[in-house]
Every structure is written in C-alpha cells, then in structure tokens.
Design a protein around this ligand. Structure first.
Ligand code: LMR
Length: 397
C-alpha cells in the first residue's frame, strides 16, 4: 500500500538536533536549534512558569475542551502584549486573536485561511528565511517566492532591492516579515526601514504576515513589538503569529497565538469566525495547559514581573556570549571582519560558513550548526564557548 512513498529526508533543523542527542562525544556543542539554553547548558524552567503551573495543579479543575479560538484570558493577554493595552486596535476590538499550537500552529491556520479566502494569492518570504516557512505555506497550497533580504557582502539588509521587489508585487500578495530577531540571519530592519516599508505595503494593498517568535530577545519585550504596533497604527490589515516557546522557555507546551488586525470590529468578527472554522477542521481546539500558562504569566502582576526579568536575563546572557565568541575569534583570526557577530540580534548569528565548513565542524569537532551557517548563540556557555570558538576559527582559517 505504501511502497510508492518517497522516503522523508528529515528536517534540516529538527533532524540535526536529534543527531546531536545521539552523538556520544562528551565535548559536543549544540548550536543547531533555536532553543535558549542556560549557562549550564540546560533548558531553563522559568520561575513564573513554575508558579503558574503550581497554581494550576493546586486548583486541579476539570479539563474541558477549550473553544476553537482558545482561552479568552490568554487571547486578550496576547493582544495587550503585542499592541499595548491602550492601543486603539485593541480597544476597538478590531483584532481577531486565536490561541494556537505554538506559532507554527498559528502560521499554518493563517496559511489555510489565506488559501481559502484569498485564492490565487502568492506568498513572498525573505531570502533567506526560516526553513519551515516555505514548506508551511506550500503545504497549504500557496505558491511561495522570495524577496531580497540579506546582503552577505555588507552583513546588512539589501533594503533598496527588497523595497523594489515589494513595490512591484500584485495587490493581495502575502509578504512574510520577521518582526524581530530575523531567523536565520539575526539582521533586522531598523525602525526607519519599517517606516519606509509600511507605506509601500499600504499603497500596493499587500497582506503583511508577521512572525514574532523571539519577542524579548532583541531589544526588549515592548521594543520588539515595534513592527506590529507600527503596522496597526498605519491602519493596515495584517496577520501576526507569535510564540512563547522561547520567551517563556515552554517549547513542548506549544504556547502561541495568531492575530489578524482588521479594519473594524465587524470585520474582525467575520475573520475570527473563519479562523475558528479553520481550527475545527485541523485540530479542533488548542491545549488547555498552554492557555493556563499564557494567561497566568501575562495576567498576574507578580508573575509578569518575574517573566520580564527572566527575559532580560536571557537576552543579556546571549549578548555576553556574542561578545565572548567575537573576542576569541578576533584574537584567533586577526584582520578578519567579524563585527557582524556583535551587530546581529536575537538567538542567531549568520556566520557565512559554507556547508562544507559546517560539516567539518560537526564531524571533526562535534560542533553542530545548520548547513546555512546559522549558529544559535544561546547554545554557547562559559564552559563551551572557548572550545566552540576554537573549532569555528579552525574551519575559518
Ligand atoms: C529554529 O529555527 O531552530 C527554531 O524555530 C526551531 C524550529 O522549529 O525550527
């Protein structure tokens, strides 16, 4: 029955993470997947999450199905987090928000919604982008193209070329944008560049789709929400999928959301209805445990303060690892331009290493990164940064 199936080549990120787990070498270093590890190399359990879970356990209530759109308290907390409680778009009820299965679940529900209600719309993603973006939108039946983004020569954004491509897109095209901490390059649009892009999106009647998976890892929780706020201020309709996997260190709990900012509350109600229908056809409703974590951590003043402090500490630790890695490499590779390690933001650095150099790092030194040359800086710690930097310098020589 199944002999005609093609064997699955495996996922370039998840597969590598699994290969790392199986590697018996004691000195191995995992810089592959976008997960925050602490200085001891462990995935932290944040105190705010521990306390939220203790409260949930103590209450030990029944576990009904959540509504298709998720828990109301989690949904409104997400809107306030993304846009600010006083934002006109929040107050006027013109945002349709769903609690989703991580932001991947949100991206997929949004992609299915677009395929159904904007037939013929094509999707444009940055070159490069997160490996799964293309697969996810193509999986929903949409055609995917890319717009120029990363400039390997300068280590910055090819902003003029990006703007030129986007200015030529047909109305109704979907433009996927990373709200902060671009994955995989770590190179973000500046606020001035967002302000230059927004009128183009509006004039061309394009449909922006933001992915915000690393909120808090760039400049801060509010600062990293600059893009969705600026788009909402401009009165543009858009999608935003956001995740708490990294910011609350709750990867396997699948805490995320999808919000669609609409023109008015009546339109948002229409959109919410069709998003509910999309969820029902996919997985019916999101997990109740995830809802409890999101609603409590964001909604309780004390837990919220603990969370904000933890996000700041995680961001700072990554910055300190960026500085250490840069300092060691600069000492070992004098004269080499390495400033990008410091200017890139969030968990990732795009090293410019070739696939052959990446393979050598893994095989010879036990240092794992994905073949695009992206490294997850959050996999570095005071115990392994020296070793990892030496290995990287060895293959860069
Ligand atoms: C990554 O890019 O490494 C993360 O977003 C994890 C994933 O699902 O790929």
């Amino acid at each position: 029955m199944f002999q005609h199936l093609e064997p699955y080549a495996g996922d370039p990120i998840l597969g590598l993470n699994e290969a790392f787990q199986k590697d018996p070498r004691p000195g191995k270093v995992n810089l592959s997947i976008g997960i925050y590890f602490d200085d001891a190399g462990r995935i932290p359990v944040l105190e705010c999450v521990r306390r939220a879970e203790a409260q949930m356990l103590a209450e030990s209530g029944p576990k009904p199905y959540l509504p298709m759109e998720g828990l109301a308290a989690a949904r409104s907390a997400v809107q306030e987090l993304l846009f600010g409680a006083d934002h006109e778009a929040v107050k006027s009820g013109r945002i349709a928000t769903l609690q989703t299965i991580g932001s991947s679940g949100g991206l997929k529900v949004g992609a299915d919604f677009i395929a159904r209600w904007f037939p013929g719309a094509e999707v444009w993603v940055s070159d490069p982008t997160w490996d799964n973006h293309r697969a996810m939108f193509e999986g929903a039946g949409l055609k995917v193209h890319s717009y120029p983004y990363y400039d390997p020569a300068s280590g910055g954004v090819r902003f003029d070329a990006m703007l030129q491509t986007i200015s030529g897109l047909p109305a109704g095209s979907v433009v996927l944008l990373h709200a902060c901490c671009h994955n995989p390059t770590g190179v973000d649009l500046s606020r001035e560049q967002w302000q230059a892009l927004i009128p183009v999106l509006r004039k061309q009647r394009l449909l922006p789709y933001l992915d915000l998976a690393y909120q808090g890892y760039g400049d801060g929780i509010d600062a990293d929400a600059f893009a969705p706020r600026a788009l909402a201020d401009a009165g543009i309709a858009f999608f935003i999928a956001n995740s708490f996997s990294k910011s609350m260190s709750v990867y396997g709990e699948r805490c995320g959301a999808l919000s669609v900012v609409c023109t008015d509350a009546a339109e948002a109600a229409l959109v919410l209805g069709q998003l509910q229908a999309t969820v029902r056809r996919n997985y019916s409703s999101p997990p109740i445990h995830a809802a409890g974590i999101i609603a409590r951590v964001l909604g309780d003043r004390e837990l919220r303060a603990l969370w904000e402090a933890d996000v700041a500490a995680m961001r700072e630790r990554i910055l300190s690892m960026r500085r250490s890695l840069h300092a060691i490499l600069a000492a070992k590779l004098p004269g080499r331009e390495l400033g990008y390690f410091l200017s890139q933001r969030g968990m990732f650095s795009y090293t410019g290493l070739s696939a052959a150099q990446v393979d050598r790092l893994r095989e010879e030194f036990g240092v794992y990164l994905i073949r695009s040359g992206r490294i997850c800086i959050a996999g570095l710690n005071s115990g392994n940064v020296e070793r990892a930097a030496e290995a990287i310098a060895a293959v860069m020589r």
